[in-house]
Unconditional design. Structure first.
Length: 318
């Protein structure tokens, strides 16, 4: 595989570091008017909520008065995080591995049994792999974790009206999508000779934006809100694992978890209107999801992405 030219790498960092790092956050935040977080009476579901950006958003939701249920794979991490939060209503948690749709079906069964209905859903769980890892369901791990399980969760919660008629759904996407044109047929690449981890990740993250557009149009008759957001360059455990050189180079200017979660909490609190059919929110502002000329494709629609995702879904095992 050809290496990326050094000049292209340099141009990339010169262009995006001032905006996506903590530098851009500090500059933009000077002009923000902040209101207190008041989430009293709300119930939140946060996936990937045991650490990082998800935990930071969950903490602010709980401190703002919401009953927050966090979901992650590791019960020990979830328990430790829950105990660390000082809020009037303690954070609850459920375990599920989002690399397996069977686990998401099991999670949904637990939610049904609880009788909970949600005001806010934050789909934050995500990973990036350098090589394809095939699950026992025959699917590529990052595809399932980053988009298929997200879609299954949102689709089911909407169909079963577990998301309230005025609920807010927030997909935590990534700038990793910007360099990739959507090709639905490539969302689940299991062939190691064709797999490129950064592209698999980028396609899933672009799919998140397009799926939110689909639900926004389909549920336009309700007061539900559907957003995709970009947290900027954040110093998370996942980024450290998948991009150690990137972290080593930019360690001093990466955003912390609270800065990464800021726009999530803003969207949950303010529920702003969105002008574009497809958009990604970044630092409290609606942005164009395309920054390169080669990524828009008028022949691919959100419905196409949803159809492809639906083709991978199977009914829960009994």
């Amino acid at each position: 595989m050809a290496k990326t030219p050094l000049t292209k790498i340099i141009k990339f960092y010169i262009r995006f570091t001032p905006s996506y790092s903590a530098i851009g956050y500090h500059i933009r935040s000077i002009f923000w008017k902040n209101r207190p977080n008041n989430f009293q009476g709300q119930t939140w579901l946060v996936t990937g909520g045991s650490e990082g950006i998800g935990a930071a958003a969950a903490r602010q939701g709980a401190e703002g008065g919401a009953h927050v249920i966090c979901v992650a794979r590791d019960a020990g991490k979830l328990k430790a995080f829950s105990k660390s939060v000082r809020s009037q209503t303690p954070i609850s948690y459920l375990t599920a591995d989002f690399s397996r749709t069977a686990d998401v079906h099991a999670l949904l069964a637990q939610i049904r049994q609880s009788g909970e209905r949600f005001d806010v859903l934050i789909d934050n769980v995500g990973i990036q792999k350098h090589q394809p890892v095939i699950t026992d369901e025959g699917l590529e791990t990052s595809f399932v974790t980053n988009i298929l399980s997200h879609h299954l969760l949102v689709k089911t919660l909407l169909e079963e009206k577990i998301l309230k008629d005025d609920a807010t759904v927030i997909e935590v996407s990534s700038g990793g999508m910007y360099n990739h044109r959507m090709v639905p047929e490539d969302l689940n690449i299991t062939d190691a000779t064709r797999y490129l981890g950064s592209r698999a990740y980028g396609l899933a993250k672009r799919a998140q934006v397009m799926v939110m557009s689909y639900w926004r149009e389909k549920h336009a008759h309700l007061n539900q809100k559907f957003y995709a957001m970009h947290p900027g360059w954040v110093d998370t455990a996942s980024v450290n694992r998948s991009m150690p050189r990137f972290v080593a180079l930019l360690k001093r200017v990466l955003r912390d978890h609270e800065k990464g979660a800021d726009t999530i909490v803003y969207l949950a609190r303010e529920r702003p209107s969105q002008k574009r059919d497809e958009a990604i929110w970044f630092d409290r502002k609606e942005r164009n999801p395309h920054i390169y000329a080669h990524t828009p494709d008028s022949s691919v629609h959100p419905q196409d992405v949803v159809n492809k995702l639906n083709s991978f879904l199977t009914p829960p095992a009994h």
